[in-house]
Design a protein around this ligand. Sequence first.
Ligand code: ZN
Length: 583
Amino acid sequence: MGKKSNNRNTDSRQYYSGVNRSSKLSVMKVVARLLVLLAFVGVCVPALRADAYDAKPKLVVILVFDQFRGDYLDRYRADFKAKNGWNLFLNQGAHFTDCYYNYANLVTAAGHSTIGTGAYTDGHGIPLNEWYELGPGGKLRQVSSVEDDRYRLVGAPAGTKDLTGASPHREMATTLGDELVLATGGQARVYGVSMKDRAAILTSGHATRGAFWIDHETGTWETSTYWMTKLPAWAATSNESGRAAQARKESGAATGSFYENVGRAAASVSYQLDFAKALITGEELGQNPAGVTDMITISISSTDINGHAFGPDDPSQKALIVQSDALLDDFFGFLDKTIGLNNVMVAMTGDHGVATTQKSAEAAGMPALDFPPELITKPLEERLEAKYPLKGKGRYVLQMDNPYLLLNRQAFEAAGVSEEEAENTAKKMVMDIFASNMQESGKMQENDTPGTQRQMDPVAITHIYTTLQMREGALPDTQYGRLLANSYSPYVGWALHINFAPYQFPWRGMGTTHFTANSYDRHVPLELFGAAFVPGTYHGLVAPVDIAATFASLLRINRPSAAVGRVLNEAMRQEKAGSTGPN
Ligand SMILES: [Zn+2]
């Protein structure tokens, strides 16, 4: 790790360190305005330098809201009343209006891994939330992106049947947190928190001291023996405090799955933030005895749970986002009290956007349609079986796991069919199925909207590629080709990658989903807060992978192993000469 220096250049923060906090904040505001003004007139100003070796900042917070589309903050801005809620970013931070993921598999596990590693799926390997792999005895099994049967759950409620643990072992790149720990010789303390295991684990990374998520049924916080053999006292206390019961009461969901029923309410946002507060207090994050930067990743699952059920335009989703304003204000107020907001660097983003529901899109005049995945998988299985008879021994189509149609390699191999032939045959069959089912899907649409004058179009596939094409880079030199190249992962196996026309997708049940390369799924917020940034609204394309690149640059550490992001220099304060980082 870097040597601590006793004669650091005095910077603004040290200069004001003796002033009490409230006046310090207002003084900082004046200084910030002055700096913006000076930068504007082209005068070189002293730096508010960051570096991890000298605990500048003392704490890095990566805040993710799950399924949070890039238009929400501006859309609901008039309803944000708190000073340090969403306005911490909008009024005091760098607010980017055009942040888009540059890949084509917009799902939660991949998105969180992308935020953490600053790389896309071709870099970190995480393509989906679940996929298939060969288990013991060569038996095909479905696995989650983080499950790991070498470890056991810790803190799970008594009577939990499946105690299979979790770890980041499938994530094939380092995270910003990993690099922070490595750069400080293991002294930086990095943690991850979310209601979802994958969101807690993949964002924070491998060299972390802990990742915590909830038991879906009860809301109990748990972890895995990858990190520890028993919960820290503060976490056990949180579980025993009656906080889950309080969240149930606040949400009005007295019974049933905590994740599904409480999880969609604002009560679950404060439930997660309160646990993060307990962690920060319990582990004394931001007060590192070695004088280095600590880090926490927090992913709020609530917006995803409610968004899937009701869609982005439902009043309940707006209410959840507006209610989160006061809850964030409380959380950042806590950070101000314990660490000082001056000493905190925050990035906020989403792991993916989401599609307008079929109902809302149709009402707006779009040819929208969600349809059962069996519309593809059933006729495909029948056609493959007719061509390569398995005679009841297995099946060729594993699942439509959006955006992938997963094929059963073992079945094809048993029938003596190569990957190239299997994928190309399946691809042609899917295209034929769509051509012949056009009438049928068009009819479904009409029946769904009685009285509509507009003739509904059939479902359309915009792009379909085999994973062999993706693996070998046999993709067009177009934006879509590049998005797809970024989506390659060996974990997917034999498969097709399918993108549909806007607001048309396989989906079951009410609400909506996300996964496509269409812009509404790729658009997320990017908000930066901290002494290193010049507050303002920034237009122009940026990407969530830029967070890791930017923070690594400011912290003077290596960027994560597969990082591809750009340093967002346009939003940084200019640093003074001689500020070259640690010795
Ligand atoms: Zn998600």
